[in-house]
Design a protein around this ligand. Structure first.
Ligand SMILES: [Zn+2]
Length: 538
């Protein structure tokens, strides 16, 4: 499906000036200030900041009259495995010359083999995009032996830069692009690295490099997943040099790898060595979950979620500022969640119950939301719709909202109508290569079939227009996203967040007061998942 073509329907709504948002930008701003203050220590799960954050959210949930829905009051325990890298050394041997790769500078990588593990001078195989898709005839591993070797892949999927859709959604990121590591592991590789490239990765290199020493997490479901050695990302110029050693030109290699008949090639004269020391322990973090019971709870529920976590406090950040406060990401969404809960708590109670969830460990791989999807406090089968608040930029009043993941659900028409009533038009996301749809908590619930629309403030500022909105978003993404500079700024105008929240509130109310069941478009894989529980929705 060609996901980047805008739906004509979405573009037809009027461009009137937006009305005043239902939610209060001032209250949202006050909560963002609190949540992103240094005494919340960057809200790192399992760190000092977690207890601060949980206590704050519990107090607010209680004040709003929400019913505790966790296993300890509002707290839902999320069991985690944590891998901490104590030491790492990496090098490439290129044509007999050893090139040491400094972790956090030229390579960002870790291992999930516990203890000290060494791979010495293993061969290197380039697998193009590393995406296996039998439906389209793609298998770069066919006839190629990668056992005990380093697998090197390009960023993105085969058509992210092809200028046309080869079956992976064109410029849009595809789910297949997320299976590369698993494929390499399945084929017996000793290690896996991706060559960084800003466009298909949609992250500047510095962001990945600075996250290099952050511990890795997974849900603790009782068993420890099969250990896999080094996995990570090479700075682009290092990857280019590595391919060159094997006789490949980076740009030409990209072209070749777009074709379904591309096969992996061993890079002659190149080897990889690594020594890593990694510790594994079990720990816990918490979602915060409260319910506003409906007047007829048997008719089901709706769910609002926002991740409370950010990147915490880290020894390896500059000593002057070790805290990544996460004011925007996701102090803003968390504060908007509280403001939506407040709006529901003072209004007439809808028929369906409303669940409010502040997720942990989104930044570790949607772990809190995934845990909830396996341990919901109300049945997912009758969770009529979900709304995720993760806005990623602070903007003043806009004329538009940006829909992420276009063409997935008939709810998009409802969203367009509800937004139009507030003077806002819906525009499709622009940077589809970023794969935003797969990068926030709604995805964990969509995979379990729960319908929803994911949207955030657009860029068409009432004051400054598109250019100003675009400038602010680019500045934030390049400099502050996931970094120490994501800090509260007293000059912020939170009207954009309030607009996004107001539309989420109004659309949620409509679903909560109704008896209908929002759905997925039939071609969506989530539709098949939803269909399994059809008998429970009457
Ligand atoms: Zn976020």
């Amino acid at each position: 499906m060609i996901r980047w073509l805008p739906l004509p329907l979405l573009l037809l709504t009027a461009a009137a000036d937006p009305s005043r948002p239902i939610l209060s930008p001032e209250r949202i701003k006050a909560d963002v200030r609190t949540l992103s203050a240094d005494d919340f220590h960057g809200r790192g799960p399992t760190q000092l900041g977690e207890e601060r954050t949980l206590a704050f959210l519990e107090k607010r949930f209680a004040g709003l009259g929400l019913k505790p829905a966790g296993d300890r009051g509002y707290r839902q325990t999320v069991k985690l495995l944590r891998w901490t890298r104590a030491a790492a050394r990496f090098s490439l041997d290129l044509g007999g010359a050893t090139r040491t790769l400094t972790p956090g500078v030229e390579i960002a990588a870790t291992s999930r083999i516990v203890g000290t593990d060494t791979v010495a001078r293993v061969p290197v195989v380039f697998v193009g995009y590393g995406v296996v898709e039998p439906r389209l005839g793609y298998d770069p591993y066919a006839g190629v032996d990668v056992r005990g070797k380093l697998v090197v892949a390009l960023a993105g999927d085969p058509d992210v830069e092809a200028g046309r859709d080869l079956g992976f959604g064109g410029r849009a990121s595809s789910p297949a692009a997320r299976t590369k590591l698993a494929e390499a592991q399945k084929r017996g590789a000793a290690a896996f690295v991706q060559i960084h490239d800003t466009f298909p990765s949609s992250y500047p290199w510095l962001q990945i490099a600075k996250g290099d020493a952050v511990p890795g997490y997974a849900l603790d479901t009782g068993t420890v997943p099969a250990a896999f050695g080094v996995r990570g990302t090479l700075r682009n110029d290092v990857g280019v040099a590595l391919l060159k050693q094997g006789g490949l030109d980076y740009a030409a290699a990209k072209q070749a790898a777009q074709r379904a008949d591309f096969r992996g090639v061993e890079l002659k004269g190149a080897t990889f060595s690594a020594t890593t020391t990694v510790a594994l322990d079990r720990t816990v973090s918490h979602n915060v979950v409260g319910i506003l019971p409906g007047t007829d709870p048997a008719t089901g529920s709706i769910l609002y979620g926002a991740h409370w976590d950010a990147y915490g406090e880290n020894d390896f950040d500059p000593p002057a500022d070790r805290i990544r406060n996460g004011a925007v990401d996701n102090g803003t969404g968390t504060a908007t969640l509280l403001e939506i809960a407040r709006a529901f708590s003072v209004a007439t109670r809808p028929r369906r119950s409303v669940v409010f969830a502040a997720w942990t460990a989104e930044e570790k791989g949607l772990l809190g939301a995934t845990w909830y999807a396996d341990h919901p406090v109300l049945p997912l089968a009758t969770t009529a719709a979900q709304f995720n608040l993760d806005p990623h930029v602070v903007l003043g009043r806009t004329r538009d909202l940006e829909l992420i993941g276009v063409g997935r659900t008939p709810m998009e028409a409802d969203l367009a109508r509800v937004a139009a009533a507030q003077g806002l038009r819906i525009v499709p996301e622009e940077n589809t290569e970023a794969g935003w749809y797969y990068r926030s908590d709604h995805y964990a619930l969509a995979q379990k079939g729960v319908p929803g629309v994911y949207f955030r403030a657009g860029r068409d500022l009432v004051r400054g227009g598109l250019a100003a909105g675009e400038r602010e978003r680019s500045r934030y993404n390049a400099q502050c996203y996931h970094q120490t500079c994501d800090e509260f700024d007293a000059r912020w105008d939170m009207t954009g967040a309030a607009q996004e929240g107001s539309v989420a509130y109004a659309l949620g109310r409509e679903v909560a007061e109704g008896t209908g069941w929002p759905a997925w478009n039939p071609a969506e894989p989530f539709a098949a998942e939803r269909a399994k529980t059809a008998a429970e929705r009457r």
